[in-house]
Design a protein around this ligand. Structure first.
Ligand code: ZN
Length: 247
């Protein structure tokens, strides 16, 4: 029986209370202090772009990031031109693996399927850039429930198995909403800027495949700078943003 008020997205000290019973059925309450610490910095924005690269959007996003002096993190697939993969790395961004196909019915059908698909992008990145990345983002995030349709319990297995194989997976704590059908440039700007917080780190899920993400990015960055935020790319030394696994 455990109660706690831990918010792992917020650095701080937390108390966890355990109710324990001994053999004589005497109940006692144990309080344990938990520190949430990490290398991610508060007041910092970690822009993360999934599903690309895509010609016509990723290239413009890279232009904007370069112009504004912002480093971001791209979780890529097998889509888009090789040139964009090279640019991501050459221009100092972090690159991670999202999976080659991004097809839930394939990647979440079995553990072997998932890793075979992962390996295709890993090789692509390595062949083009020489970078052996161990950064991962699961399609749908580690908390996705859609995978249950294809394999019961697979996220519980995969979230452990990727760590066993030397990968680190990263979720997010701010969903920009840019994959929603009702999204547009203005709404995206409002959604992201209203979610930012100075006292936590802000790991934002975005998609470099979306035209309104491309179009809103410049104004989002301007807003962040004029409100005192910093930007950073995720590295494999960073502490992790992990959601609760639900399958
Ligand atoms: Zn995705």
């Amino acid at each position: 029986d455990i109660t706690n008020n831990i918010d792992t997205s917020k650095v701080g000290d937390y108390e966890v209370k355990y109710k324990v019973k001994d053999n004589g059925n005497n109940e006692s309450l144990i309080t344990r202090k938990v520190k949430v610490r990490n290398n991610l910095e508060p007041n910092t924005i970690y822009l993360t772009f999934d599903d690309g690269p895509r010609d016509g959007t990723t290239d413009v996003i890279l232009d904007v990031l370069k112009e504004k002096g912002v480093k971001a993190t791209f979780f890529v697939t097998n889509n888009g031109s090789d040139e964009l993969i090279k640019r991501i790395v050459d221009e100092g961004h972090s690159i991670g693996i999202h999976t080659a196909s991004h097809k839930y019915d394939i990647i979440y059908a079995s553990v072997d399927n998932y890793f075979n698909d992962l390996e295709l992008v890993k090789q692509r990145i390595y062949n083009l850039t020489g970078v052996e990345t161990n950064l991962i983002r699961f399609p749908g995030g580690s908390s996705n429930t859609i995978s249950r349709k294809y394999s019961e319990g697979i996220m519980s297995t995969l979230t452990e198995e990727v760590l066993n194989r030397g990968y680190q997976y990263y979720d997010w704590n701010i969903e920009s909403g840019d994959s929603s059908f009702a999204m547009n440039e203005r709404k995206l700007y409002n959604s992201v800027t209203s979610s930012l917080s100075h006292d936590k780190y802000n790991v934002i899920l975005m998609h470099d495949t979306k035209t309104y993400t491309r179009d809103a990015l410049s104004a989002i960055i301007d807003y962040a700078y004029s409100n005192g935020y910093k930007f950073s790319a995720i590295t494999s030394n960073d502490m992790l943003i992990r959601q609760k696994v639900n399958n």
